[in-house]
Write a protein that binds this ligand. Structure first.
Ligand code: SF4
Length: 441
């Protein structure tokens, strides 16, 4: 497509690491057509929105930003605007978007991202609006070019989709059934990343620890073990995990693999058995706490982080108290806390006992206060310690360089750009909330 040579693209991403990595694939496709990225909508010839529908506020932000382009599109007739991702994978939403924002040129879903070049071709060949949202996930497509934007970190998909059907979650409906990449493809990608100089690889999936259940003779423990054998200096992380799939065999493999970081993200969502059942999480609070004990029996200093939701339908003050008690008992190194967001089409949306916003707000504030005080306590244990940090970049606002240790704790320090991508020793001098400040030693 010579017509695109030298043109500029801008991709805006909403949501999680999965989406950020998918935007790297969209960028890879556009780069392979001779385009380069740019910083502003005014400069761009193609603007892509990669959307998320997990929570209402991500949808509202995306809609606001798409709507704001109406005037620009009037001035710049050849500008191409594309919207894809989880929001538009819902056909009814794609239709609504088409009607509300008729100036959008391409609408696609999650199942045909790899086909973006062909969608673009249809538009360039004169089709007024290209709307292509597929019902079914196809086979995994290997070899899509990627323009990575997060050196020295690299994301590697190992599974797509999810089979868990937690009752509040839209993901299984917009990402399809769980599919695992072949182990040889994952290892080949990791090997080439290490050769290219990436220092941290994060394996991605909605539920990485059930990797391989649709393949023969492999599982996540085997994959982790094999990736750890790759020669070179790098760290291995993975996200996200489902507690029900965290087996002793996997924990042993994590403990035995020196490349694996000493941190795990293990979403609990609630400390109440009643709510966990309504959420269809398929574990009890005891099961969850047993998994933490199991992890610590093999890796005593492992940092466990979690996701917690408040305000799920029928959550009483007693249920919330169970969550608070679990947070105190589990000793999380960090937690992402959310208010339940009703997603149409999920079983939870039809449940009785939806919780008023002000009740949820009060609970989330109390939970955040608790987790903040636990974060401060956890951070205090770093005071005066020297930790090995992978320098990841520079934070303009703080005017400091930053990076994480093997436990996933972020540290800020003075440095120079040549440190990015290097492992350095930093002595921690200040501990605040979730992050640390130190000096290179
Ligand atoms: S495990 Fe549950 S919360 Fe996570 S993506 Fe699957 S359905 Fe959603």
């Amino acid at each position: 497509m010579e017509i695109l040579e030298g043109k500029k693209y801008l991709i805006t991403t909403y949501g999680c690491q999965m989406n950020l990595h998918e935007s790297e694939k969209l960028a890879g496709i556009l780069t392979s057509l001779g385009m380069t990225d740019c910083e502003s909508e005014q400069e761009a010839d193609i603007i892509v929105f990669n959307t998320c529908c997990i929570r209402e506020n991500a949808e509202e932000r995306a809609e606001g930003n798409i709507g704001a382009l109406k005037q620009l599109k009037k001035k710049k007739k050849n500008l191409i605007i594309a919207v894809g991702g989880c929001m538009t994978q819902q056909k009814s939403y794609a239709e609504k978007l088409h009607k509300t924002f008729p100036f959008v040129d391409i609408i696609f879903g999650t199942h045909n991202l790899e086909d973006f070049k062909n969608l673009l071709l249809l538009k360039l060949n004169g089709k007024k609006t290209v709307v292509d949202v597929r019902d079914k996930e196809g086979a995994i497509i290997e070899g899509t070019p990627k323009t990575r934007t997060s050196y020295p970190n690299a994301w590697v998909n190992i599974t797509y989709g999810c089979d868990n059907f937690c009752s509040y979650c839209i993901v299984p409906y917009v990402r399809g059934r769980e599919r695992s990449r072949q182990m040889s493809d994952v290892i080949a990608e990791c090997e080439s990343l290490v050769k290219e100089g990436y220092k941290e690889i994060t394996l991605l999936g909605q539920n990485v620890n059930s990797y391989g259940k649709d393949l023969e003779n492999t599982d996540f423990a085997t994959l982790i073990t094999e990736i750890s054998k790759i020669d070179g200096e790098f760290r291995l992380r993975f996200m996200t995990n489902h507690p029900k799939d965290l087996t002793e065999g996997l924990v042993k493999a994590l403990a035995a693999s020196p490349k694996v970081c000493k941190s795990i993200h293990l979403p609990v969502q609630s400390g109440s058995d009643k709510i966990l059942k309504l959420m269809n999480r398929r574990y009890t609070r005891k099961d969850y706490l047993d998994k933490i004990r199991l992890l610590r029996s093999y890796i005593p200093d492992i940092a466990v982080t979690t996701d917690i939701m408040v305000g799920f339908p029928q959550e009483t003050e007693e249920d919330f108290a169970d969550t608070v008690a679990l947070v105190k008992e589990a000793g999380f190194a960090g937690a992402f806390t959310f208010v339940y967001s009703l997603r149409e089409g999920t079983p939870a949306a039809k449940m009785d006992g939806q919780i008023p916003a002000e009740v949820s707000k009060d609970r989330i504030m109390r939970l955040i206060d608790l987790q903040n005080s636990l974060n401060r306590e956890y951070s205090k244990s770093y005071n005066g310690k020297t930790v090995c940090i992978l320098c990841e970049g520079y934070d303009e606002k703080k005017d400091k360089f930053l990076g994480r240790d093997v436990y996933g704790r972020m540290a800020y320090f003075d440095g120079t750009p040549d440190l990015i991508g290097k492992f350095i020793n930093v002595k921690i001098t200040e501990t605040g909330g979730i992050s640390l400040v130190g000096k290179i030693v």
